[in-house]
Design a binder for this molecule. Structure first.
Ligand code: SF4
Length: 422
């Protein structure tokens, strides 16, 4: 099929066709047309046979007669597996299912419980979407949506997760395209276009839709993903034990031209430059007795102020110690000035006037890497005794607690000088 037909089929307008033809001609014309009927049939048989013999025993794959429970388990596991390794997910999944064995159990949970269970997996928005999605399904009658179309209406369920749930739990004949599938298909068809390009992404979905087995769509999709995860790996594919090697264009290209490698496919994505952020964090401890000695501080009935982050953006909805985003590297004096200002503006807490400082010390620095941000955190401990009748009236996103919350307990555990005495 020629490029124009492809673009029109994907719904591209005339202007877009012109732009793409000019800009991406080189990559798109490399693409071969769809798989042939014979290739499809042979690959389905080979892959399903291979998957039957080689599938890993993973807790979310255990036989489950209740189809809705199965859908729920697929949903939870697929969301956990996004950006996280299988070995890491297994423990999280087992704990999650023990606590919330069904969608209805999950719908009763609070966001704090869910975040606590999710702690360490990152991308907390995914956990919030799981909870919101469960509540939404239960509020609308409690019946699990069974098709990609109806699943896409659930908050947080995208094309990939919808395809996985619909095909694995409900046997809808739909494709699933994740990073593993992209890699396998890019190699099978020797597709050299940028896999992140929207037209190329559509092409992968089209090819995966062609391949999916009409009788065993769930197993086929899992087989394709499993092949990418265990055989057709990013840097060291085991082509000699690959069930679809007879149909692999990248392999045949590499055999006829030694300068070509199967790992040349898919094209490596261009890395987005990481942003460098800086933050000053203040662990604010409020003690009852102004005359206590340093050594007594942590035996007291201390309270800590925690702040809830906004519902959107980085670490949305999580609790943290008071923090200020800095404009760049900042010395101790500047950081304290900013923290003092923050405490004054948000709590009406004037460090000089409304409290006695029992202890204030820099406790360390820590770098946390997010996918797109390198965040350097300067942490300090500020122990105060409130003077007179100062009443800390806090808006709902502030809390005084006796506990340390998950994020910063992990963070502080990693500081060179640990705050172990809490
Ligand atoms: S033959 Fe090699 S490169 Fe091709 S799909 Fe199989 S493992 Fe991947």
């Amino acid at each position: 099929m020629i490029l124009n037909e492809w673009l029109e089929r994907f719904g591209a307008n005339t202007e877009m066709v012109g732009r793409v033809r000019g800009a991406a001609k080189e990559s798109l014309v490399d693409m071969e047309d769809l798989f042939t009927k014979t290739q499809i049939e042979e690959m389905r048989v080979s892959l399903l046979g291979w998957y039957g013999l080689n599938r890993r025993d993973l807790p979310w794959r255990l036989a489950e007669d209740d189809i809705e429970k199965r859908a729920y388990r697929v949903w939870v596991s697929e969301v956990m597996l996004q950006q996280t390794r299988v070995q890491t997910v297994i423990d999280y999944f087992n704990r999650w299912i023990l606590k919330w064995p069904t969608l209805h159990h999950l719908s009763q949970a609070s966001i704090e419980e869910v975040n606590e269970m999710w702690a360490g997996l990152g991308y907390y928005r995914r956990a919030r979407f799981l909870l919101e999605g469960a509540k939404m399904i239960v509020e609308e009658g409690g019946v699990f949506p069974k098709t990609v179309t109806s699943l896409r209406k659930v908050r947080g369920i995208g094309e990939y997760t919808a395809g996985a749930i619909a095909s694995i739990a409900f046997k809808e004949v739909v494709p699933v395209v994740d990073g593993n599938v992209v890699r396998v298909i890019a190699r099978l068809k020797a597709i050299s276009a940028n896999p992140k390009d929207s037209l190329t992404v559509k092409r992968f979905w089209e090819l995966a839709a062609q391949l999916v087995d009409p009788f065993e769509p769930g197993d086929f999709n899992q087989g394709l993903m499993e092949l990418g995860a265990t055989v057709c790996t990013p840097t060291n594919p085991s082509c000699s034990s690959c069930p679809v090697s007879d149909h692999c264009r990248a392999l045949s290209n590499s055999r006829s031209d030694s300068s070509l490698l199967v790992t040349d496919y898919p094209m490596k994505g261009i890395k987005i430059k990481q942003r460098h952020d800086f933050s000053a964090v203040c662990v604010l401890e409020i003690v009852q007795d102004e005359d206590m000695l340093d050594s007594d501080i942590h035996l007291s009935d201390s309270e800590f102020i925690l702040v809830k982050r906004p519902d959107e953006g980085l670490l949305a909805g999580l609790w943290e110690f008071p923090s200020v985003l800095l404009e760049g590297e900042a010395n101790l004096v500047t950081r304290r000035k900013m923290i003092n200002q923050y405490l004054r503006n948000n709590f009406g807490l004037d460090i000089r006037k409304s409290c006695k400082v029992v202890l204030r010390e820099h406790v360390g620095e820590f770098v946390h890497i997010f996918s797109h941000i390198r965040l350097k955190i300067y942490a300090e401990l500020l122990v105060v005794h409130l003077k007179g009748l100062y009443i800390c009236s806090l808006p709902s996103h502030f809390q005084i607690c006796h506990i340390l919350y998950l994020l910063f307990s992990v963070l502080y555990a990693s500081l060179e000088r640990q705050i172990h005495h809490y």
